[in-house]
Design a protein around this ligand. Structure first.
Ligand code: G3I
Length: 344
């Protein structure tokens, strides 16, 4: 039977985030699964600023070189994540205090990294998560020192360093109306000011019940109406309750120690397994409907054991957000995503 990347080969790329361990090819079984199922990769952590640019005058490309080489060797689309993001910065970057220093930083950082991988990286998240939930600009060391100008500057610098690489704005919850309106306004503004934006990355850290398919579809249509590509860049679906949704007496015990917050420590019940499979199927069905507008769908990790959702927003839970389980076996959700293609 076909694998994910084979089944969707004429539709869009099927990607995964990889950890530093996974590009080391140490676990044979895991490595062969990655190579069989996926044709696009994103580094889950190692291409973030704190790793690539630990000190002002020191870059460290040891792991990113390995990552890019892994992609090339396996004929994979290589996505760069991420150039300008308020999180996982090196400590020295947090201390940048004025516009002159920040300008110099952005120029050196973006130019050095993008030039280094010119022709080797297929697309970049130039700016990640610049928006608040209400669509306004998030406070960050970039906004504080340069004002909103840092956004167009980042895209201009990246295009200058590699005119052929695809440049993305990437964020979460930008399928929700208020934040989506903010993202659309932002992308329009960057383009109007002469920045090159080739695509939007909708992260896709989703839940069983939300966002609705209607909002996802509106997002695909509204973003692509800007003349840009739409990618789903960090897809996973949590099956666990959200502590912030608790009401009444439970509010006092939102996090650790509340057994309601970790309801499936050993095994996901069949009924929820089925819900997850149905949710994935309906999402991929929608993706297929708009495949001409979608460049890539990337999962945020290969299998459930690797997922960041086991540790967020509460540490040490057991979550089940991906298509492969902790033993690397196909889940029902994997089959439901593949069946969409075989039934045609
Ligand atoms: O490497 C250290 C390890 O040495 C230490 O023992 C351990 C103790 O907690 O921490 C390890 O670092 C962790 C790192 O992941 C590697 O596993 C950090 O604490 C942890 O904060 C970090 O989390 C990453 C997170 O970004 C940071 O914001 C997740 O793995 C990664 O999946 C997540 O990815 C982000 C995307 O980049 C942007 N969109 C949202 C997405 C999910 O948060």
């Amino acid at each position: 039977s076909l694998t994910l990347k084979e089944a969707y080969k004429n539709d869009f790329l099927i990607g995964t985030a990889l950890s530093a361990d996974q590009i080391g090819e140490k676990n044979r079984k895991e490595d062969s699964l990655i190579k069989k199922e996926f044709n696009a990769i994103t580094a889950e952590n190692i291409m973030k600023s704190m790793f690539m640019h630990p000190q002002k005058d020191k870059y460290d490309f040891t792991l990113s070189d390995k990552f890019v080489a892994y992609g090339k060797k396996n004929n994979m689309f290589v996505h760069g994540h991420t150039l300008i993001w308020h999180s996982q910065l090196a400590p020295w970057m947090e201390k940048i205090a004025d516009s002159t220093e920040m300008k110099a930083f952005m120029q050196d950082h973006i130019n050095t990294i993008v030039s280094k991988y010119k022709g080797k990286i297929n697309s970049w998240d130039v700016v990640n998560e610049a928006l608040n939930e209400d669509g306004t600009l998030r406070k960050s060391v970039f906004l504080n020192t340069l004002g909103e100008k840092y956004l167009v500057d980042a895209f201009k610098l990246a295009a200058k360093a590699d005119p052929n690489v695809d440049l993305y704005y990437n964020d979460y919850n930008i399928e929700e109306p208020a934040k989506r309106a903010g993202a659309i306004a932002l992308i329009k503004k960057i383009k109007a000011q002469g920045g090159k934006v080739d695509g939007v990355g909708i992260q896709g850290h989703w839940r069983l019940g939300s966002p609705s398919l209607e909002e996802i579809e509106k997002s695909i249509l509204e973003y692509s109406a800007l003349g840009i590509k739409v990618a789903f860049t960090e897809l996973d679906i949590t099956v666990l309750p959200n502590p912030w949704d608790l009401k009444g007496a439970d509010v006092n015990q939102k996090f650790e120690g509340n057994p309601k917050m970790n309801p499936y420590p050993e095994k996901l019940p069949d009924s929820v397994q089925k819900k997850l499979a149905d949710r994935y199927a309906s999402i991929f069905k929608l993706f297929l409907k708009h495949k001409d507008k979608i460049s890539r769908v990337t999962f945020w990790g290969v299998h459930d054991k690797q997922s960041w959702l086991n540790d967020w927003p509460i540490k040490g839970r057991t979550n089940y957000p991906l298509l492969f389980d902790t033993e690397l076996k196909h889940k029902e959700a994997y089959n439901s995503v593949l069946e969409l293609k075989s039934s045609k």
